[in-house]
Design a protein around this ligand. Structure first.
Ligand SMILES: [Zn+2]
Ligand SMILES: [Zn+2]
Length: 276
């Protein structure tokens, strides 16, 4: 499915026409600062949706960002008032810009709603499991049921097993949300991925000698995400696919470093038979 965002290019050509005509004015300067902050040589970069949304946000007051659709006043009105305090532009000109910026903010929200609606489709596509660790979002997680020390999730199972939307290929925070680029992750995998899947060696070495109960949860989450990605989600004991995954040491008493870990499902290696 393609993002519902209307053609921003044409919207922005209009914004540019209006702002551009105010060469040297407060808004033009603002644009330039924004472009510099985003690492662009020159404003504007109309083909970058992140830039476009950030531009709209930076030129709008907070009342326009947190706008409620039941508000009797139109969104652009708040932006217009704000722009008026920024610049001495003419009424018609500012109203036109304010309306365009409001449309960009509207389009951004429409994109967000599309994502929310995609959750059900993703649940079906992923058979109700986390895309990385295969934890079931509904039903019983073996990690929780067995109180797996490598998956310390049972402290707040409802919180940690709630599906969260992840962009497979990271996009700018204001980027487009194409269905093909979305997946559902459990809280643990999402937190680990958001933190960056690279695990610094010095960090791994500092933690390796601890008993599993003392290892920070986020570190365990990251180890599993790393291992699941390396092994392409396949249990290394029985070659199982599509079963909830965890980490197991390759031999009892080994230190918790990636070289000593393997990816396992709970049927091949339940907690009671695993040796830590
Ligand atoms: Zn997960
Ligand atoms: Zn298995």
């Amino acid at each position: 499915m393609v993002s519902q965002t209307p053609a921003l290019g044409s919207l922005l050509a209009e914004v540019e026409a209006v702002l551009g005509s105010r060469g040297g004015g407060a808004l033009a300067r603002h644009l330039k600062v924004l472009a510099t902050a985003l690492g662009c040589d020159r404003p504007p970069v109309w083909d970058d949706p992140s830039f476009v949304v950030l531009l709209a946000i930076s030129l709008s007051p907070r009342t326009a960002i947190s706008y409620q659709t039941l508000d009797p006043r139109p969104r652009w009105h708040y932006i217009y008032q704000y722009l008026k305090s920024l610049t001495d532009g003419g009424r018609e000109e500012l109203e036109r810009v304010a309306r365009l910026l409001a449309r960009i903010l509207d389009a951004r929200e429409k994109d967000r709603f599309t994502v929310v609606g995609d959750v059900d489709r993703l649940l079906v596509k992923q058979r109700g499991q986390c895309a990385i660790c295969k934890l079931p979002f509904h039903g019983t997680s073996a990690a929780i049921l067995q109180q797996d020390p490598f998956r310390p999730l049972w402290h707040a199972p409802f919180e940690l097993t709630r599906p969260e939307i992840d962009h497979i290929e990271p996009v700018g925070w204001a980027g487009e949300n194409q269905f093909e680029n979305l997946q559902l992750l459990c809280r643990a995998c999402n937190a680990a991925k958001a933190d960056g899947v690279r695990i610094p060696l010095h960090r791994e070495a500092a933690i390796a000698g601890l008993s599993v109960d003392c290892v920070p949860r986020i570190h365990l989450f990251r180890l599993l995400v790393w291992l699941a990605s390396e092994r392409k989600g396949k249990c290394e004991i029985g070659g199982c696919l599509d079963r909830e995954l965890t980490i197991r040491l390759t031999r009892p008493g080994a230190t918790i470093v990636r070289a000593n870990l393997r990816l396992a499902c709970y049927e091949c290696s339940p907690v009671q038979s695993a040796s830590f």
